[in-house]
Design a protein around this ligand. Structure first.
Ligand code: UFG
Length: 339
């Protein structure tokens, strides 16, 4: 069965392509290479032994999207990752974010709606919850006004899909709300490739340990948490990738309870920034240099998932630990720097 993965050369996309191919799906990747590298295709091929079909297409070009779908009418499912994801950049360039994340989603849904099989998986984020009033966060927690244009694109994206599902009963969709994806494939053939100074914790940790950054700034030591640092639900990207395959199969096998469903994807366990550093030190045998500095604007104190719905309804559970994720991220960092 042919599956389209948009943004399939990106961090989560590439790991999902591997898991799809491991399960025998035929994968077609669309990526515009704006935040990814063509070499990722080789990494995927080395791991799975199968080179996925790749088309360099910019989904903002509507005519390209139309042409693509006309030549791939046999697509049985779409996993839509292609989007920009830097919170700070989105504040500076809101229109770019709305064009990249919203226009492209609309074009893909318009063309998908012409196909016989309309199974659609959407990359959403726990950012839709903001600072939730109750922890762990269930899917019923209210969606809070977005803190950034990036966050808003995820909320609007979900609304667009929900509204489209209401009038198109053939369209079946699942929005997956990720908590904090980290780590890399255990083979170190694929991983995260942040451009410039990393904004996220784990690439900053590994780049510091390898000597590219002088030290990690821990943003805030005075939060209302046991050690004063923020708490997040760090999920191994391989576990996360597997959830996409399970979700797609759920739609393909008509196991969905409605034609628009939402699931949290997390481990259910919250870890503080200092615990994440401790985990890194343990698996790397290093002592990470860090300093506690002021809070970062927009950070919530704590966010971790209630995984009951994902476990019981979707039938998926994380298997890998924070230590596994840190070890794989470190292996990946060493591999790309020794090249
Ligand atoms: N952190 C540091 N130092 C750094 C980078 C991060 O201390 O150099 C801390 C942050 O303050 C936070 C934690 O590490 O407490 C995790 O930060 P990340 O940037 O890795 O991830 P976020 O929790 O900010 O990201 C989440 C989601 C995104 C979403 C974002 C904003 O994963 O999709 O929240 O709501 F966009």
């Amino acid at each position: 069965m042919k599956v389209l993965v948009t943004g399939g050369l990106g961090f989560i996309g590439s790991h999902t392509v591997v898991e799809l191919q491991n399960k025998g799906f035929e994968v077609v990747i669309i990526d515009n290479l704006s935040n990814s590298s063509i070499e990722v295709l080789d990494g995927i091929t080395t791991i799975t032994g199968v080179k996925p079909h790749f088309e360099k297409i910019d989904l903002r070009e509507k005519s390209e999207v139309v042409r693509f779908f006309e030549t791939h009418k046999d697509i049985a499912g779409v996993i839509h990752f292609a989007a920009s994801k830097a919170v700070g950049e989105s504040v500076k360039e809101p229109l770019m974010y709305y064009e990249n994340n919203i226009n492209t989603l609309v074009y893909v849904l318009q063309e998908l709606s012409k196909l016989e099989k309309q199974n659609f998986i959407f990359s959403s984020s726990c950012t839709v919850y903001g600072q939730a009033d109750e922890l762990p966060i269930t899917e019923n927690a209210p969606v809070k006004p977005a803190e950034s244009p990036y966050g808003n694109t995820k909320q609007i994206g979900e609304e667009i899909i929900r509204d489209t599902c209401k009038i198109n009963s053939q369209l079946k969709s699942i929005a997956l709300r990720y908590f904090n994806p980290i780590g890399a494939h255990p083979s170190a053939e694929i991983g995260e490739l942040p451009i410039g100074v990393p904004q996220n914790l784990v690439p900053y940790i590994t780049q510091t340990a390898i000597g590219i950054r002088e030290q990690l700034s821990v943003f805030g030591g005075d939060y209302d948490t046991p050690d004063g640092t923020c708490i997040r639900d760090y999920i191994h990207v391989v576990d996360l990738a597997k959830a996409h395959v399970v979700a797609l199969e759920r739609l393909m096998e008509n196991k969905n309870l409605s034609n628009y469903e939402v699931f949290n994807l997390g481990t259910g366990k919250g870890s503080s920034v200092l615990e994440a550093i401790k985990s890194f030190d343990k698996v790397s045998g290093k002592k990470l240099k860090y300093q506690i500095v002021g809070r970062r604007e927009g950070d919530v104190t704590a966010a971790y998932a209630d995984t009951t719905k994902a476990n019981d309804v979707l039938g998926w559970k994380t298997k890998l630990t924070l230590d596994d994720a840190m070890a794989s991220a470190w292996k990946w960092e060493q591999k790309i720097r020794n090249k």
